[in-house]
Design a protein around this ligand. Sequence first.
Ligand code: HEC
Length: 186
Amino acid sequence: MLALTACDRTPPDYRPLVTLPLYTAGDADNGALIYEDACSQCHQLNPGSNKKGPQLMNIYGAPAAELADYKYSEGLSNSGWIWDAETLDPYIADAEKAMADSKMLADPMPDASERADVIAYLSTLRDEIPALDEDGFPIKGGDANKSADITPDKGSASTSNEQSKMTNEPVDVSSDPAQKPAADFR
Ligand code: HEC
């Protein structure tokens, strides 16, 4: 069969949502700061946006080298590792020591408590896979109008009562944090 060539962009790949509990032996807030400093120049958190290294959303508990849209080293691809505290700790400590053929040329992180903080932060990175179109790209604003099923008020007999507002009004969904842009925020 002929492969479809309508779209030559590689669709973003997504890791499934994390099922492990949060890692609490470190301080995730401090880990976020360390991550910013030591990891973010090579790693992104948006599916589809791989930098020098693969994006890291939903990495905690995920099999190593899982993303189809990133080219991993053979070593990591064949490692069979699952990214939990036990594998992340030596990898973050010194990737080239943990994996001879590693593509990750990051500075070693000798401080165990810093590593625990980073692992705690990584364990907070959780995001659902959005609705995808048939090519595997996220559908932009896909569900935005789903609940806009408001029938117009027909009887105009509303007795001008500003004060008798319903206490049960639906909340504004426009600020729903789930409705975030699908990709490319950096
Ligand atoms: C100089 C760039 C660079 C820096 C800095 C860096 N990484 Fe990486 N990282 C990579 C590359 C490249 C890979 C792919 C490794 C391979 O294929 O062997 C990778 C892979 C990973 C993976 C495996 C991802 C997967 O899908 O299996 C994790 C986890 C990871 N890095 C975490 C971190 C953390 C945490 C830090 C900060 C402490 C960090 N990295 C700093 C470049 C970097």
